[in-house]
Design a binder for this molecule. Structure first.
Ligand SMILES: Nc1ncnc2c1ncn2[C@@H]1O[C@H](COP(=O)(O)OP(=O)(O)OP(=O)(O)O)[C@@H](O)[C@H]1O
Ligand SMILES: [Mg+2]
Length: 509
């Protein structure tokens, strides 16, 4: 028997697609969805984020997660939809840089929590100092993908504005790589303008204090670029547009299409520029699509991007990674499939970073740490494909480099091409791989010149030591020959040894 499948039923069976495949990973994903939303929300109104995250153990494999922010809060009517309905959000239809993009993150967390413990999500939100806070407890109806209100009330909350959510879920808290601890630490690196208060189930509160009060640039929304639009999307856009003519459609719905370019596209597609968009037949859309690819259209605007910036990226990494050398590179904007993007990279070297391990790779997409699926990610692949021996790190064929280094790479874009809904690895578009490699090489060159310098200094120190081994003997001989004062001779010889070794390498710096 055939029957329609609701989106909630689908994800109930395919929870791994959303990052809930094991209790350990589920906790990570839930934290990530809530924290990402909080950071996005704060930045939307330009307030420095103060995020509070608490994880409490209730019993074996069952945890409570509480996340609170000082964002704008959510208006009453929206709360049930946001938290109790999959695929509902404000970011999907907007081409602008944000952490969230699909409209599924937080409701999927609520769905998972409900499936594993039977308990609904609790939300408190307040939109202004003179407003009352709204409290909701919600359940998700799996058949209809709609929310059911279990409890609803007005509350006093001594906070100007913000949102606090609480879920009880099957989960597992484990320390180490890919842990919530690591996620928060890396979030603090990529968001040096945010302060995080974090309480794990086993430790005391930890504060990750902000390192800058400079807010990230406000993201600008852009229209899609014609090169990035697929045939099916083009058909839908033609049906839905308010534009009266084809020319108007092209100039108003896309970026970088002037009336002249629109005319050129219409001519190439053998379509009348004053044709009604909704009347264009299937075959003609095909021609239009092909014509778009043939006409030279300027790259999309890139002022919509919000890179972290070299100085602030170093500040962020410095506060969490104790190294002796830091270098960062922010590449100029580039474009993949009509989407503008920008790559940044930071290398930290030496200090307390262990020397004999593979380098620690830290991946960020729109400032969100990516902890899973490392080997599937364009960032990891590009790091492996870079010749690190040229830059002072050792490397076996087909592997990550080895040495006392941390390599962080950030992709900023209006649309991040994740390999799956759980948003963990970047797809390897050639343009993206190329930019990552260029950023790594540029950063690598800075590292190489530093490593050369240290190696030279080490070498000269060794030479100086050898030199000094003979000072006593030489002093005796010189004293016998010239009768000069021994102490004076020793002082003089030490000076010569320094000038001839370290002194010379210092001069070259
Ligand atoms: N803490 C919050 N404060 C204010 N608004 C929020 C908050 N959390 C969520 N929202 C709103 O709810 C919407 C849905 O959130 P959700 O996490 O489900 O999707 P998203 O963030 O748009 O995309 P993604 O699925 O990629 O996370 C968001 O688009 C945002 O408008
Ligand atoms: Mg989200």
């Amino acid at each position: 028997m055939q029957r329609e499948i609701s989106i909630s039923e689908f994800f109930t069976k395919n929870r791994h697609l959303l990052g809930f495949d094991s209790p350990r990973r589920a906790l990570m994903t839930a934290v990530k969805e809530a924290v990402d939303n909080s950071l996005d929300a704060c930045e939307e109104i330009g307030v420095l984020p103060e995020i509070k995250l608490e994880i409490k153990k209730v019993e074996d494999k069952r945890y409570i997660l509480v996340v609170e922010d000082n964002g704008p809060g959510i208006v009453k009517e929206q709360i049930p939809k946001i938290f109790g309905k999959l695929l509902y959000g404000s970011k999907f239809h907007k081409l602008a840089v944000s952490r969230g993009q699909q409209g599924i993150g937080i409701s999927a967390t609520a769905l998972y929590a409900q499936l594993t413990t039977g308990k609904g999500i609790k939300i408190m939100s307040k939109t202004g100092p003179r407003k009352k806070a709204h409290f909701y407890e919600l359940h998700l109806n799996l058949k209809t993908n709609d929310s059911e209100i279990v409890k609803e009330e007005e509350k006093e909350w001594d906070k100007e504005h913000g949102t606090k959510l609480q879920v009880v879920m099957e989960a597992d808290y484990v320390k180490g790589k890919r842990s919530v601890d690591e996620y928060i630490k890396e979030s603090a690196m990529a968001n040096p303008h945010a302060t995080f208060y974090y309480k794990s189930p086993v430790d005391d509160w930890v504060v990750f204090k902000r390192a800058t009060t400079t807010m990230p640039k406000e993201p600008k929304e852009i229209k899609p670029h014609p090169y990035g639009v697929e045939l099916g999307i083009l058909m839908r856009m033609l049906k839905e547009t308010k534009a009266k003519t084809l020319q108007q459609f092209l100039t108003s719905e896309f970026s970088r299409v002037s009336p002249k370019i629109a005319k050129e596209i219409c001519e190439k597609a053998k379509l009348y520029e004053r044709a009604r968009p909704s009347r264009i037949a299937r075959q003609e859309v095909d021609n239009l699509y092909k014509a778009i690819q043939q006409v030279k259209i300027m790259a999309p605007p890139t002022n919509c991007l919000t890179p972290i910036g070299e100085d602030i990226l170093i500040k962020g990494i410095k506060k969490e990674v104790d190294a002796e050398f830091y270098a960062a590179v922010t590449r100029p904007p580039a474009v993949y499939r009509g989407n503008p993007f920008q790559i940044e990279c930071c290398i930290a070297y030496g200090g307390s970073i262990p020397a004999d391990n593979l380098v620690n790779v830290i991946r960020f997409a729109n400032r969100v740490p990516l902890l899973y699926k490392q080997s599937d990610c364009a960032i990891t692949k590009s790091i492996i494909a870079t010749a690190w021996r040229n830059y002072g790190l050792s490397q076996s064929k087909g592997a990550l480099p080895t040495g006392p280094a941390v390599i962080a790479v950030h992709m900023n874009s209006v649309w991040i091409p994740f390999t799956s809904e759980s948003k963990e690895a970047l797809a390897s578009y050639p343009e993206i791989v190329k930019e990552i490699k260029l950023a790594l090489q540029e950063c690598g060159r800075k590292l190489a010149s530093y490593v050369r310098k240290i190696k030279k200094i080490e070498h000269e120190k060794k030479r100086q030591k050898i030199f000094e081994l003979y000072i006593d003997e030489v002093t005796e001989s010189l004293h016998k020959l010239t009768g000069e004062d021994k102490a004076e001779l020793v002082k003089h010889l030490h000076k010569i040894s320094e000038i001839r070794t370290i002194g010379e390498s210092k001069d070259e710096q």
